[in-house]
Write a protein that binds this ligand. Structure first.
Ligand code: SF4
Length: 63
């Protein structure tokens, strides 16, 4: 699974990080940063839930 964030759409709600802190990090301004775009098997559910929680649909998940 691969995840990416469109930084132009991200508005810093931090919902991704609240739901999936092991996948989505935040920069100093509260915008999403993804330290590892290739999600390990054990974190796939978390990655999907975090993406679904984003109000801006800024996160793309490719299975
Ligand atoms: S929930 Fe969406 S808009 Fe908010 S920080 Fe995460 S990616 Fe950005």
């Amino acid at each position: 699974m691969h995840v990416s964030v469109d930084r132009d759409r991200c508005t810093g709600h931090a919902q991704c990080n609240a739901v999936a802190p092991d996948v989505y990090d935040l920069d100093d301004d509260g915008y999403c940063v993804i330290p590892n775009n290739d999600v390990s098997a054990g974190l796939e559910n978390q990655a999907e839930n975090g993406a679904a929680a984003c109000p801006e649909q800024a996160i793309t998940v490719v299975p």
